[in-house]
Design a protein around this ligand. Structure first.
Ligand code: F6R
Length: 606
């Protein structure tokens, strides 16, 4: 949510900043901007819209300067416009910001009373004016500390100064921020992805820290201004994963990558020779865990919901699921026998991170399931289980959802065996079935089905419903979320058995309804619910597995058949046609699939 880049070098920086902003665009695409220092002046170029507009604007001028900051915005305070785009600058200072300053209205009033003039509607601009004010009577470090102390809320900041043209200040509270080390130049970035094309040597700032970046050295300070030493991490993954290759969209590529990411993840966790799930260094003994709490947002929350069904099915543990933004503000009864599991692809989602911090403060057992292992959530959890999916760039989560479910399932099967809830025979059988998963996901992806044809009806629909029971209920929620966020069609996910308690009233002639009914213990009941919607005029797309001849149903509009697999594992397969349905419907409508309107990847504001 908003991307930040900063470079201080011995050569002009604007084209490198532009390249990094293109990579960061998945974090926000409402507006973009750059400021550099050249010839004793701050030069600022900003625009509403995408980085390619900024690039065009910059190509018409010669934006020189060896020190600069850049930003892509996901609007919070103030509409997306050129004036509200970052950087926000006075004649002497320029600032880029990710996060929200919660007391900006009060601060703005105080500053206006002191004679400051504001140009934008953003919360960010107060930071520039506070710094101007403090720098009148204080040295740089004191001014930074005083400014940061005045701010309530969350921020990652990049700041440049006309009078100190060699340096960039980075500061963080709540929102992530990294620095990178290069040859005769150093960098600031809102994540390592932005810096990867320039360096693999990274240091992450901790909450409350700030740093002074010069082209040859970087100094780090804690919130009181005391110097701190930081470790340099060496990142390994190659840049290739960040390219679309021959695909039109990252989402299409990421859907197709699922068999391989599943295989990679299984290879990481399953010892194939000994038929054993390895959770290396799992820190708790079996009697120390008596309940489970799964916490996440959006798609990650849906994987938590699937996890609840698995844990309840395979263990005797009490399992609860929570949306992070609700959990963090409720009066929770913390339980030291509970394992708190935080699910997040990015590992930076503000609400999930805050929920984790709350549990850490209360000394709970915290474990995270993340894709980005260098992320804040991973770093602050007591135990981390990576999903090994590689970068997910499309804003809509696809391969990370399957990866999250897979790691939750592995953890569940392991805990269930380790607590004696399933015997060795069952444990080995589950591992054997897991080994088949990658191939079956592959077959499901490659299966010829009529999805592109089916999409025409969805594209024309005012609304749609997704129904399922058991594991298929959270998958229905996920299918509906994908269609909403990509194709901008109102879609509701519902437990199939709930329809008659109200939502059935929404069904009208021709309304497309997706019914997810693999041949599990809920099959017959779901098929009955399907009949109820068909009887009221719905056009039903049934997603079931190949052997669905138990119940013959007429009047089904369309049917997609998936491969047969053990009941527990159907969520992995039934998700695939739903991802494709959303993808092709959005494609048909001509929408920007990798960057849906109003959204951004990595939601670092609450
Ligand atoms: C939807 C989607 C979001 C994310 C949510 C949490 O396709 O991607 O709902 O799942 O914002 O993000 P992470 O997993 O990064 O915490």
């Amino acid at each position: 949510m908003c991307g930040i880049i900063g470079i201080t070098s011995n050569k002009p920086v604007s084209s490198s900043i532009l390249n990094s902003l293109k990579k960061l665009e998945y974090r926000g695409y409402d507006s973009a901007g750059i400021a550099t220092i050249n010839d004793g002046l701050i030069n600022e170029v900003k625009c509403q819209g995408r980085v390619d507009v900024l690039e065009k604007n910059i190509s018409q001028i010669n934006l020189l300067g060896n020190v600069g900051i850049g930003h892509v915005r996901w609007a919070t305070h103030g509409i997306p416009s050129t004036i509200n785009a970052h950087p926000h600058s006075t004649e002497r200072i320029s600032v880029v910001h990710n996060g929200i300053i919660e007391n900006s209205v009060d601060l703005k009033k105080l500053l206006i009373n002191k004679g400051h003039k504001f140009k934008s509607q953003t919360d960010t601009e107060v930071i520039v004016h506070l710094l101007v004010e403090y720098l009148k009577n204080n040295k740089l470090n004191e001014s930074i500390i005083k400014t940061l102390n005045d701010l309530d809320g969350s921020f990652a900041l990049g700041i440049i100064f006309k009078d100190m043209p060699e340096l960039i200040i980075g500061a963080r509270r709540g929102s992530p921020l990294a620095v990178g080390y290069g040859p005769n130049e150093n960098y600031l970035g809102s994540d390592s992805y932005a810096l990867k094309s320039m360096t693999n040597k990274i240091t992450y700032l901790n909450d409350g820290e700030f740093c002074i970046i010069k082209k040859k050295d970087i100094d780090f300070f804690d919130s009181k201004g005391k110097k701190v030493n930081k470790k340099i991490l060496h990142l390994s993954s190659s840049d290739q994963n960040y390219e679309k290759g021959e695909y039109k969209h990252f989402m299409a590529k990421e859907i197709d990558e699922q068999p391989i990411t599943i295989k990679n993840c299984i290879n990481e966790y399953i010892d194939k020779i000994n038929n054993e799930i390895n959770l290396h260094n799992f820190p708790w003994k079996k009697d120390e865990i008596k309940s489970i709490k799964l916490i996440g947002c959006g798609t990650a929350f849906h994987s938590c919901l699937v996890g609840k069904y698995w844990f309840e099915q395979l263990t005797n543990l009490d399992v609860q699921v929570d949306i992070a933004s609700e959990f963090r503000y409720r009066k929770n009864k913390f339980n030291e026998d509970c394992l708190y599991i935080f699910i997040s692809q990015s590992g930076e989602t503000a609400d999930t991170y805050a929920a984790l911090n709350l549990c850490n403060k209360n000394n709970m057992k915290t474990c995270s399931i993340v894709n980005v292992v260098e992320s804040s959530i991973a770093r602050d959890s007591k135990f981390v289980l990576p999903i090994h999916c590689g970068p997910e760039i499309g804003v809509a989560s696809t391969k990370a959802f399957l990866g999250q479910m897979l790691v939750i399932y592995l953890l569940c099967v392991k805990i269930s065996f380790f607590k004696g809830d399933i015997n060795k025979h069952k444990y080995i059988e589950k591992i054997k079935n897991l080994k088949l998963l990658s191939d079956l996901v592959n077959k499901t992806i490659s299966a010829e089905n009529k999805i592109q044809l089916i999409c025409n009806t969805f594209a024309d629909a005012k609304g749609s419903m997704f129904l399922g029971r058991g594991y298929s209920y959270p998958i229905a929620l996920e299918g509906a979320l994908k269609l909403k966020e990509l194709a901008y069609i109102h879609a509701e996910g519902y437990p199939a058995g709930e329809m008659k308690h109200g939502p059935l009233a929404l069904i009208e002639d021709g309304m497309p309804v997706v019914v997810i009914a693999p041949k599990d213990e809920h099959y017959k009941k779901t098929i009955s619910n399907m009949q109820e919607v068909i009887a009221r005029g719905a056009k039903v797309l049934l997603i079931t597995n190949k052997e669905d001849n138990q119940v013959v149903s007429e009047n089904i509009w369309q049917k997609i058949e998936i491969e047969n697999i053990e009941n527990d594992l159907y969520p992995f397969l039934v998700t695939i046609p739903l991802q494709k349905l959303a993808y092709y419907t959005a494609l048909k409508k001509g929408y920007d699939i990798d960057k849906p309107r109003n959204l951004a990847k990595s939601v670092t504001v609450e």
